[in-house]
Design a protein around this ligand. Structure first.
Ligand code: AMP
Length: 181
């Protein structure tokens, strides 16, 4: 029996209004992650378009991208590379800043994380404006990785993130979307 057919991943995502601040509809994937079949189906679907491609490593964005990215890497039988918030990586790292609604944030990657030309898949839980993912793509390209695609569980299409990645020439794969925000 196919488990995939019986599961609607969207039903497993919990929406928490006004978190972390008024007006934000927070799409909480902890309810999906704790569901054994939901988690497995989600990881399978994230990995599927890349199963027949050569992927040397999955790069996951802290923190929810670590949970999903690690599992996707295991499924693709490749390595995992963390993209972390500033100051968390122990080795020599390079940083990339990106704009938040209020202010600027920085993510970092070890400068020797990926060999030049190696194909890498970027993974995170959700793409909204695409600012975080764009910064991650820039970091990966600065260390000469070949970004073969990006995979997210959730797309918020009205915020334009997937289109922003397309402009960078990155194929964006998403599983479910929430219109409006
Ligand atoms: P962005 O850079 O605007 O694409 O935002 C993506 C990052 O912010 C991801 O790491 C998400 O986990 C987080 N994020 C942004 N908006 C939401 C939301 N409505 N619900 C849950 N997480 C969000």
């Amino acid at each position: 029996m196919s488990v995939t057919a019986d599961i609607d991943l969207k039903d497993l995502v919990r929406t928490i209004p006004d978190y972390p601040k008024p007006g934000i509809m927070f799409r909480d994937i902890t309810t999906l992650l704790r569901h054994a079949n939901g988690f497995r189906v989600c990881v399978e679907q994230l990995a599927r378009p890349f199963a027949d491609r050569r992927v040397q490593a999955v790069a996951g964005i802290e923190a929810r991208g670590f949970i999903l990215g690690g599992a996707v890497a295991d499924r693709l039988r490749c390595g995992f590379v963390p993209i972390r918030k500033k100051g968390k990586l122990p080795g020599k790292a390079i940083g990339q800043d990106y704009e938040l609604e209020y202010g600027i944030d920085v993510i970092e990657i070890h400068e020797d994380a990926i060999g030049a030309g190696d194909p890498v898949l970027l993974v995170d839980d959700l793409i909204a404006t695409g600012g975080t993912a764009e910064a991650a793509v820039k970091l990966l390209r600065r260390i000469n990785a070949d970004v073969v695609g990006a995979a997210f569980v959730i797309d918020l299409p009205d915020l334009g993130g997937a289109a922003r990645l397309a402009k960078l020439g990155v194929e964006c794969h998403t599983l479910i979307s929430f219109e409006g925000d």
